[in-house]
Design a protein around this ligand. Structure first.
Ligand code: AMX
Length: 426
């Protein structure tokens, strides 16, 4: 019987609920943070206002999944990470096989999804297509069916789990279809039941992979982007939508729309565009001096250097380091990869000298695009879709757990500028 993961979760949930209840009962009124006016005007940066147990991001550590630093998880499969995100444990071989066969059994995409994608104008952005494809499947939602039937609130997480698993099983096929359609790569390539989730995705994309390293990159890519705690724009959107008891189709589609912003997930597209443009404008493989001059002129013109800085990191993003190691092994002579390394040597000093960015170090987007570019995936409009496919593992884990804990609707309080001014007078 497939479904060991669901059984594991079922066995864990009562204790998780008891723990949350008992913390609130004994310490519900303890103060854990203060809010300053600059945080109100500054995008609520850093305010501790959410619970997210799947992962955490420390200023000086980067991503930690269930207590394990991301750099210790780079050899794992995305399915293993999904299991870890949800349960706090890595699966044994039996549980992994069970999860993989469960996903394969759910991968049949409803045919109307292809019709929806085929009907879109050819210049539609891939993120619009991806988000719309997921939303178009909302009528499949088990969660909504159960809710409409009127059910015990404690049962809702199970339907949320079913929806999430169905979506996770189908998105590699949907993303691969839209890549091949949008960029005229030929007919759709069907799934292969013998492959793991990311290798299957790699195969369906149809990217040439003679030595199997593209499949390896897909596994790494999906692991590195799987989650980044609960407060980033897309994860927060996902949590807010699902807290209204909207189902996973609505939540993921909305979260992907947040991910599509250039300050968030679209940065990987922007970053590659910037590198290619710099290479073109300079006209040859740039020298260090030329890279420095080019980036300095961006800063002088009040532009950002894509891929550098982060709202909640103050170190080189460990996910950047993981890709750097992969690149050194697999594509050390690649021209774009070399420019990525040059930027890493040069940009932090420029940002430090400028003195504005709180984090002068590269984030994952400074390098992820160059990995894809090396394999001929040069359509950088598609890069955020890779990010989205992966991040749905985190979105799913977060909302399954929220429903399991019966988390209430998210509803922070806003205040007016007049109210702030009255507080200042006091
Ligand atoms: N280049 C130039 N200036 C930068 C900069 C960069 N890479 N990063 C920050 N700054 C500037 C900001 O524009 C801001 O200037 P201002 O005071 O004139 O408005 C100042 O430094 C302070 O910003 P911050 O507090 O350090 O950053 P933030 O938390 O407001 O924003 C981020 C973080 C990522 C949006 C910002 O660093 C940025 O725009 N980076 C480039 C885009 C990017 O790489 N985005 C990817 C983020 C990761 C992700 O979500 N995928």
């Amino acid at each position: 019987m497939s479904k060991l993961l669901k059984e594991k979760l079922s066995s864990q949930i009562p204790a998780l609920k008891d723990e949350a209840k008992s913390i609130v009962k004994s310490h519900g009124k303890d103060v854990i943070d203060q809010v300053t006016i600059d945080q109100l005007f500054g995008g609520m940066r850093g305010i501790k206002g959410l619970i997210c147990d799947t992962s955490s991001v420390g200023l000086d550590t980067g991503l930690i999944i269930r207590g394990i630093p991301i750099l210790k998880l780079t050899e794992k499969l995305p399915e293993e990470i999904f299991y870890l995100l949800l349960t706090g444990e890595l699966p044994d071989e039996k549980a992994l096989k069970d999860l993989q066969s469960d996903l394969h059994s759910r991968e049949n995409v409803p045919s109307y999804v292809w019709a929806v994608l085929n009907a879109m104008p050819s210049d539609t952005h891939p993120m619009v297509m991806f988000s719309s494809a997921i939303l178009s499947m909302e009528k499949e939602s088990e969660f909504r069916k159960l809710y409409d039937k009127g059910t015990n609130k404690d049962k809702l997480w199970e339907a949320m789990y079913e929806d999430c698993m169905n979506i996770i099983a189908r998105i590699p096929q949907i993303a691969a279809f839209l890549y091949r359609k949008k960029f005229n790569k030929g007919d759709m390539i069907g799934p292969d039941n013998n492959l793991d989730w990311a290798a299957n995705f790699a195969k369906m994309l149809g990217v040439e992979d003679k030595d199997g390293t593209f499949a390896k990159l897909m596994r790494l890519y999906m692991v590195l982007h799987s989650d980044h705690e609960g407060g980033n724009a897309s994860a927060f959107t996902n949590l807010v939508i699902s807290s209204t008891l909207s189902d996973a189709y609505y939540a993921f589609s909305g979260a992907l729309n947040a991910l599509a912003g250039p300050l968030h997930g679209l940065a990987n597209q922007e970053c590659l565009r910037f590198i290619v443009k710099m290479r073109e404008e300079i006209g040859h493989s740039p020298t260090d001096e030329e890279v420095k001059k080019y980036c300095q002129s961006l800063l002088d013109n009040n532009r950002v250097v894509s891929g550098y800085g982060h709202p909640v990191l103050r170190i080189t993003d460990p996910r950047f380091m993981a890709f750097l190691e992969f690149g050194k092994k697999v594509m050390s002579d690649d021209e774009i990869f070399k420019i990525v390394k040059q930027l890493f040597e040069i940009v932090p000093d420029l940002l430090i000298a400028q003195g504005k960015a709180k984090d002068p170090w590269p984030n994952v987007d400074a390098i992820s695009g160059s990995m894809l570019y090396h394999y001929g995936v040069k359509e950088y409009e598609f890069y955020t879709v890779f990010f989205g496919v992966s991040r749905i593992l985190g979105f799913a884990s977060q909302i399954i757990l929220s429903r399991a804990l019966g988390a209430p609707i998210i509803r922070p309080k806003s205040v007016t500028t007049e109210w702030i001014k009255s507080q200042i007078k006091k």
